[in-house]
Structure formats: C-alpha cells, structure tokens
Design a protein around this ligand. Sequence first.
Ligand code: NAD
Length: 727
Amino acid sequence: MTDFTYAMDADGVVTLTWDVKAKSMNVMSTEAFMDLSAKVDQALADPAAKGIIITSGKKDFAGGMDLKVIAAMRAGGAQAIFDGVMGMHNVLRKIELAGMDPKTKKGGKPIVAALPGTALGIGLELPLACHHIIAADNPKAKIGLPEILVGIFPGGGGTTRLTRKLGAMMAAPFLLEGKLSDPKAAKAGGLIDEVVAPEDLLVRAKEWVLSAKDADLVKPWDDKGYKMPGGAPYHPAGFMTFVGANAMVGGKTMGVYPAAKELLGAVYEGALVPFDTAIRIEARHFTSLLMNPSSTAMIRSLFINKEALEKGANRPKVADQTVKKVGIIGAGMMGAGIAYVSANAGIEVVLIDAAQEAADRGKAYSEGILDKGMARKKVTAEKKAEVLGRILATTDYTALAKCDLIVEAVFEDPKVKADVTAKVEAVVGPDCIFATNTSTLPISSLAKASKCPEQFIGIHFFSPVDKMMLVEIIRGKATGDTAVAKALDYVRQIRKTPIVVNDARFFYANRCIIPYINEGIRMVAEGVEPALVENAAKLVGMPLGPLQLVDETSIDLGVKIAKATRAAMGDAYPDGAVDEVLFWMADQGRIGKKANAGFYAYDAVGKRIGLWDGLEGRYPVSAAQPELATVQHRLLMAQVLEAVRALEEGVLTDIREGDVGAILGWGFAPWSGGPFGWLDIIGAARAVEICEGLTNAFGPRFEAPDLLRSMAEKGATFYGAAATKAA
Ligand code: NAD
C-alpha cells in the first residue's frame, strides 16, 4: 500500500494525493517519503507531465512527522540520524529544483502544494520546498511548525527555508514559539502564497501549474544576489535581531531546552553560508538534538504517552460511557470552570448551588470566557448562545434526574459533601456515576456517604479549569471499573489528559507539589537567600519558584492543609520548620497573591514587584550560601522522591501517568520528560548518590526509596524496565 497516489490528467498535470489509509490524519513515515520521491521522479522523467500538484485525500493536509519514526531513528545513533535526515533533505531539494538546469535555472517543472486544511510540521516543510503554496479558506485549519513544543525543531528544512523566506525576525514566532495560523493569517504572515475557496483549490492549483514561468520556480535563495530579509548576522540590522533573539530565548528557556539552542544555532550558522550548506548544518543540529536525552524524554511524555493516555491506555474494558448530561454541584471557582468545559464540549449541564445567585454567578463565568473569545474573534455569537444554552443554573436537585455523571465541587468539608451525596442520590437514576472534585479528602471515606460506593469516584481538576490540561481520576477502594471508564470517557470528551491513581493522602499531584513548596520554605527558614531558591527552581526548568507557587495557591490554604495533615499524622508530622514560616506569614496577613502580600510584594494592581524585603527581619540570610546545584537537587528530589514513593506504594500504577501528570499538573521541568524521565536521564546510581548527600546534610526525607536503590544496583531504568508498557 502506498501513501501517495499518482494521477495525470489530459493536460499533463500530475496530482500526487497524500492519503495514509489507516489514519484519519496524514503523518509522514520513512516509507512514505521514499514513495513520494519515486513519484516525483516519475513525473519529472515523463515528458508528457507538465507539472505536479501535491495535495491530500483527506480534509487536512498533514499532522506532521510520525514521531514514532523519529524515536526509532535514534536507535541507529548519530550517523544513522544524520543520513536519514539528509535523505529527506535530498528529496525536498529535488522537489525545489524540479529538474531545472543548474546553471540557467530553466526547464524545471512547476510543483504546487494545495492544502485543503491543517498542515503542520513536515506537512508545511514539504510545501515550503514546493514553488507555490495554495490553501483552502478553511478557518479551522492550522498551519505552522509546532515541533518546538514537543522538544525538537523543524528539521525537514523548515528552519532554513522559513528563515530565508521571511528573515530571522519574522520567522521567529513560527520557529521558536511554534505559532500556528489559520490560512488567512498564514498568508498574511508570509508562510503561504494564496488562499482560495475550498472548491477552487485544485482548479487554481492546476491553473498555477499551467501558467508558471521558469522564473516562478526559482527560490529567492537560489537566485543570484540573494539577501536575507532583515539582514544576515553581520548586517547591522541582522546583528540586532540575532543578539536579541539569543538573549530572549535564553531568558525564556533558562537554557534548559536544547531544542531552542540547537534551532538558534542552525538559523545563525545557516544564515552565513549558501543554502545547501545551511541544510547540512540544520541536519547536524537536528542530529545533535535527537541524541540529547531531553528531546527523547520530551517526545515520549509530551507526545507519545500523553496521546496514549488520552486514547484510554488504562481504560477498563467496559462499554462506551460517553456523558450526555452532567450535574455539577457547587458553582464556585471550580464548579463554574467545570460547567464551562463540559458545556463547551457539547454536554448538557445542570449547575447547582445553594442559592440561585451563586448558581447564576457560576454560569456567568462561562459567559465571561465566551465574551473574551468573541473579542478575540475565536468564538461566534451562535457558539456563545449554544454553549450557554446547555447550562441550566438552578438550586433544584430534581433537575439532575437524567444526569449520567455528577461532579461535586462544594466546600471542602466531609459533612457538606455527605449531605450533597445523599441529596443527589435521592433523584438520579441507578446508573449515574458520582464524582467528587475534592483536593484533599480520601475518596474511600467520602464514598461511605454513598449508597453505591462502586459508583463513587474522584475527578480532580486543577485550577483554572479551562486552562489546566490534567485531570486526576482517583479510584477509591470500592470504585468499580464502570466509574473509571465513565470518568475517562468524560475527560476525553472535554479534551483534557487523564491519569488514574489510587486513593492516598493528596493523591498524586498535590503529594509531590507540597514537598516542593515546603522545601523552598524550609530553605528560607534556614537562611538561604529567597532569590536563590526561586532562581534555582527556574534555572532547572520549573515554571514557578516554590515561593511564588505558594503565593499563587495562597498561604492560608497552605496553613489549612498543614493543620489537617498534622492532625492526621500526629507525632510523625515532619514539617514543623515549614509551618513556623507559613503560620508567621499568615499572622502578618501575608496570605499570598490574592491579598497582594506574600513572599512577594505586589503593586496596587496585583503585579509582583519582587521578593518581600520584610522576610529578612524574621529570617536573616546566612553569610554562607549553598551551591546552586544543592538548592536544585533539594527542590527536584523533594518532588521526585514522592513520585517514586507513590509508584512503590501503588498510588501510581503507570510511570507514564506519573510523568505526563507531573508536567501537565504542576509544570515539572518539562525538558526532563517528568520525574521518572529525569531519573532515567541522570541514572538511578547517580540519583541514589545525590539522595545520600542530601540525607546526610538535610535529613531522612531524602532517603532513597528501596525501588531506586535496587534499580541502582541492577543498573535498571524506569522506561527500560517498563519497556513493554511504555513507549
Ligand atoms: P468555592 O468556595 O469557590 O465554591 C464552592 C461552592 O459550593 C460555593 O459556590 C458554595 O456556595 C457551594 N456550596 C457549598 N455548599 C453547598 C451545598 N450544600 N449545595 C450546593 N452548593 C454548595 O470552592 P472551590 O475552590 O470551587 O472548591 C470546590 C471543591 O473543589 C473543594 O472540594 C476543593 O477542595 C476542590 N478543589 C479546589 C481547587 C482549587 O484550586 N480551588 C482545586 C481542585 C479541587
């Protein structure tokens, strides 16, 4: 079976139609590239063929390279990667030169890309090698090079061609941020050449092929006297761009993402040499990137495993549980967000609160988001009416009668939750699944209030619900498979990423986040410079330092959780030193961002203006400060060891969930692929060594779990050991 079909019409125009049979979206494989190459050769060699249209048999053009192919390429080592990438470049260059005479640049055959819809990654790099790009006016289509978002960069010539086409400055948002555009914006941004009505796409493509002149086929960079738009690096304007870009990328990525560095290297060095050398340079940087374990880890967690979890890798084998009508109890911050994402996904919503005004306020939250979408032209008036029309805001529990799922998001109080559970169960049908969004209360004990604990489950959202992509599903002791399947099907409907964990204190995400925050606070109490704590975290790829994070989640919540944990653990409670700081901060009224006062100082509009200088009066900074690496190891190990313990204890059952959940749930250093990814990068033996050093210096909380010790002895890795389960 071939992915490209070849058809020549009576006018000699060859159409190569890309249609990967087994998939709903075209993705490029090594075999497909060879197939494309052979068919381009055929058309170039056939005297009857006047030119080529490359298009798709699907509604979209292509989703990109099959990243599993990239993962497989690594197996052969650097030379195999480089040879493979150069093979691809040679095919694309053949398309670009299209058989023209190398000296006169005449006699080539015009090749046009006709894009019916989305064209991503290699799905845009291939068109960029063609002579002209026409897209159908399809506002849903996304065009761009999103590689950087999964830890690589456009390595199919996209980096070199786009920089030469647009100049480094204009190409930067597409290459460095993976910015995607609809066809009209792509035309305005210079990515593509024409946008036509969908029904005219192939007609116009043919017209272009038949009317193209020799000069239309010569790329600016193949023309004499080509100068890079905006200037090459040693041009005064180009110099400004390159110096600025380097600083900006360094500032944004803190130097931990190898893809951004390699990309900049390819752009800068490539800009100094002729095109064919630039392509080789791009291939070398791409090879060096693929050999970096960070890119392997990022692709594994952010693409392959994330997708596997979204497709239900751990879903029990029970019948489809698609949710038709969801009841949400509690229209506060969380309930309102859950109502919005549900209605937006086409699910009927009954949103209940104790008072009608509270329920209405919850519904108004959706209206606010939709209005913002309208202002940005992302949402139409019809869509807004449709989504709001799906939400019934009420105090009347009988409205829940036909719901097949309930999500409870009332106050974090077992009595209130038990009362709500009973009220709901009095009106819903026997198959309805009841989920609680509790963040701290054990699911198995809340389930005691239910008549059917096997239908009781935890669905833990993160705040803000509409932005955070992770949903943690918690199986109580009695939770049945149907409830798990229901929760997973619901999360799929609202297009978020699920992990399924077992019931234990703080489940998985909060279990790891709390020690991170606590370690930061502990260091402040010890006299470590707070700026060192915060910057050490950011320099290792955490999006927020622990002190900023606790300011955002609020210090009074931290106090509440600490008190409840201390009450539950008694003498075994290990965090007295942390509480002293937390409680003192709360006593000063510095409860975080919401009060415009916390570990940070804020201006009148709530903008952070720096660390609070009053902290030093109470916790003086020591004269001798620790090494950056020591601070980083403390902050990372505080989280990572919890993740390993969660796995050891069976709270986590799949390391893929541990890694994907950590990145999406609390932004754990994405460059590392997650806590287990990071441990695999440094190796279990090195991890145990770090733990021993930290234990000696700072106490038993850093003791290496048995699992890690035994892996160190055997030289095992998490993903190696789990090779059959994880990609
Ligand atoms: P919130 O105080 O903003 O909202 C709670 C809502 O529940 C209020 O509108 C209240 O009027 C309503 N309510 C209380 N008792 C009720 C009853 N008997 N019947 C109907 N409505 C009732 O709280 P929130 O931040 O939205 O948190 C709700 C739940 O979600 C809690 O269990 C919390 O632990 C959990 N949670 C919160 C977060 C977070 O970041 N805030 C994150 C994950 C989970």
